[in-house]
Write a protein that binds this ligand. Structure first.
Ligand code: FAD
Length: 317
């Protein structure tokens, strides 16, 4: 079922959902299940599964370094299929521009359709680790909007190199990313919102936001988006701080601000167990306020261990 239909069916009740990251290559999928199991009592209608970009590794061959391309966390689609099968829940694979040709994307979408996956999250992806700026893959897309375009075309039976008239067309519900504190490369929030609007005009059905720690940023973002005519659901994505290092890491990687009160509370912690508790409490307060404001879904970035997400969900749902 489509994410947007889950939202409609909830009739204004806030839904619970979360995002998971595939395990590092060679690890067991059981670890993933062990983290999903405790969250299933909160009835997530859908679970997102991220896709990681490929990266370079250097293999020592008798003193000479051989540069090879690899993907450390493959398996997004397989994980989506296995979670869907095991828990009877909708899954949302993240589909990236970076690292994929348009043809590879088409094959991935065809596989999604065969597997009964109704939703995809269309994303550009970040620059590769060794690169400063995002460079489109040869034969791939430059912007998420181009990807939305391809998915919508496929929904009409317009494949890359042929038009196929069929009564078995895919009908993907498409999610895209939005940034309450603007995307790091955008010159201004307004220009970033214009790009978001373009994704919606091309066929995106809903937006999931980057994490934020100050709800005002989300409320302001939604207000500006509505003013510009972006009328699809805007799902807040939030994450509890879990370790002290997040104070530096999250602003650096995601370009998000951390409120002074939260910084003070984390800095006062004696160890990461205390930090985890502070993160949970902050996220509960954020969740309460967002739920009271009537957000359609509270979407949590689980990033590995789910005990903290469970504690938050228990207090909210
Ligand atoms: P876009 O919408 O293409 O925007 C990228 C930048 O280009 C923005 O600054 C935008 O303003 C600008 N722009 C857009 N269109 C144009 C245009 N036509 N001309 C000029 N400028 C333009 N990354 C992963 O690698 N894997 C994941 O699974 C993943 N999941 C994510 C989930 C969510 C909810 C979010 C918020 C992010 C996720 N990301 C993921 C990170 C995302 O890939 C990066 O933030 C990436 O840098 C931008 O992706 P985007 O889809 O927002 O790109």
């Amino acid at each position: 079922m489509k994410v947007t239909d889950h939202i409609k069916q909830a009739k204004g009740e806030t839904l619970f959902s979360f995002e998971i990251i595939p395990p590092v290559k060679g690890r067991s999928i059981q670890e993933l299940y062990d983290n999903i199991d405790p969250l299933m009592e909160f009835n997530p209608p859908f679970i997102d599964v991220t896709t990681s970009r490929e990266e370079f590794v250097y293999i020592d061959r008798d003193g000479l370094l051989d540069k090879k391309l690899t993907r450390m966390r493959p398996g997004t689609l397989g994980i989506c299929a296995s979670i869907k099968h095991k828990y009877d829940v909708d899954t949302v694979p993240h589909v990236l521009c970076g690292g994929f040709t348009k043809e590879e994307t088409e094959y991935l979408l065809v596989d999604c359709h065969y597997l009964g996956i109704d939703n995809v999250m269309a994303l550009r992806g970040d620059a590769m680790k060794e690169e400063k700026y995002f460079a489109p893959t040869s034969g791939g897309h430059r912007y998420a909007s181009d990807l939305v375009n391809q998915i919508q075309a496929l929904n009409q039976g317009n494949y890359l190199h042929e038009v196929i008239e069929t009564d078995n067309c895919a009908d993907f519900c498409i999610g895209v990313a939005g940034y309450p504190e603007k995307h790091m490369e955008a010159p201004s929030l307004k220009s970033d919102l214009k790009r978001l609007k373009q994704k919606v005009e091309l066929g995106a059905d809903y937006v999931v936001t980057q994490m934020f720690f100050d709800n005002k940023k989300y409320f302001e973002f939604v207000k500006e988006a509505r003013k510009m005519g972006i009328d699809v659901p805007i799902i807040p994505g939030i994450k509890p701080i879990a370790v002290k290092r997040h104070l530096q890491l999250l602003p650096q990687v995601f370009r998000v601000d951390i409120p002074e009160d939260l910084i003070d509370a984390v800095e006062a912690c004696k160890n990461n167990k205390e930090v985890r508790q502070v993160g949970v409490e902050w996220c509960i307060q954020q969740s309460k306020e967002l739920k009271e404001a009537g957000v359609p879904v509270l979407h949590y970035y689980s990033m590995g261990k789910s005990d903290n997400i469970k504690a938050i969900a228990k207090a909210i749902f």
